[in-house]
Design a protein around this ligand. Structure first.
Ligand code: FE2
Length: 341
């Protein structure tokens, strides 16, 4: 993809190319297969993952072939994937606005969406991880508004979430963010917006890149991590925004420059982000994967015509890594998926 597909202003367009689309028959067949998993991932995670892993041979062959092609992708140039018409749980009741996660535990009795996310993670060799400070360690998390966090910059926000890399200043940074659309009323123009890091770098000049490589920036820990009482993290450190070839560690409106020049380059970065962004309306069954080290993402609220349904917008997500080994030292002893932080 080239940057020419990027949107500016408020044009409500779907701009990601579709990489794969399940036929209705394939979707139904896979949903029926995944429905065989008999335990809740929120109560018996290990058993859930074990059961999902036994279903790999029953995946529609066309999807298996597609997943196999992903290993050869150039993540810098194609840092996202869009698959459509994936199997999900239909007719799940609206969750309580005050306690959406608790409400999910009580009312969601099938786990098709979670099983699909788990299956894809296994097929692609990218294990999902949870954080003890985020939803008490759940691997399957909801982008779902919660009253107490409505104004936060977290997955529970009601309105926009500014551009960021997920868990950018956490000691365990995920390589991937997998998102599966569950409910999104098209009456509201709410988009998942993505920017390729290479498009940002291309727009910057050398002195600006040099500034971004200095440890002259500060980003507070994210709202969800600090709202938990499970593990206290202290204060975040100063950091560079740009490291390696293309890694961008940034949270729009939260990352601050600590010198006047650093502040100026932050302003410039924000301006570029909004110039080269791609927007996607994530409908139910849309599966979007983002390479967290090669792209930044946001939630944009362009127009709200129904406040009530905005409170029920729902995407199930996981964060995943390419390799558990380097992160094992940070896991809660006896687990291979749960980060102590
Ligand atoms: Fe995010």
């Amino acid at each position: 993809m080239t940057a020419s597909g990027a949107v500016s202003g408020s044009a409500p367009v779907d701009s990601l190319p579709v990489d794969f689309e399940f036929t209705d028959a394939e979707r139904e067949e896979l949903a029926a297969t995944l429905a065989a998993v008999s335990v809740s991932p929120y109560r018996l995670y290990e058993a859930f993952m074990f059961q999902v892993a036994t279903l790999i041979d029953r995946v529609p062959p066309r999807f298996s072939e597609f997943v196999a092609t992903l290993a050869d992708r150039d993540r810098r140039r194609q840092p996202w994937i869009l698959a459509r018409n994936a199997p999900i749980d239909r007719d799940v009741p609206v969750f309580d606005h005050d306690e959406p996660v608790r409400s999910k535990y009580e009312t969601k009795t099938t786990f098709i969406a979670e099983a699909f996310l788990a299956l894809f993670g296994i097929m692609r060799g990218t294990p999902a991880i949870g954080y003890i400070n985020v939803n008490d360690g759940d691997v399957f998390q909801d982008i779902y508004p919660k009253r107490a966090l409505a104004a936060s910059q977290s997955q529970k926000a009601l309105n926009e979430i500014y551009f960021h890399k997920d868990l950018a200043n956490h000691f365990v940074r995920p390589d991937h963010v997998y998102m599966l659309g569950m409910r999104n009323d098209p009456i509201n123009e709410v988009y998942t917006t993505l920017v390729r890091n290479i498009d940002i770098l291309e727009a910057l000049d050398e002195p600006e890149k040099k500034l971004l490589r200095r440890s002259d920036f500060y980003t507070p820990f994210d709202d969800l991590t600090v709202s938990s009482r499970n593990c206290k993290l202290g204060d975040a450190c100063t950091h560079p925004i740009l490291s390696g070839d293309t890694d961008i560690r940034f949270f729009e409106k939260r990352t601050m420059g600590l010198t006047p020049a650093a502040e100026r380059v932050v302003t410039r970065l924000c301006e570029i982000l909004h110039r080269v962004k791609f927007r996607q309306f994530i409908a139910p069954g849309d599966f979007v994967c983002v390479c967290n080290n090669y792209a930044v993402h946001a939630k944009e609220v362009v127009a709200v015509h129904d406040e009530e349904s905005l409170r029920t917008r729902w995407i199930i997500k996981t964060v995943n890594v390419d390799d558990l080994e380097p992160h094992q030292q940070y896991m809660i002893a006896g687990t291979h998926h749960l980060v102590n932080g």
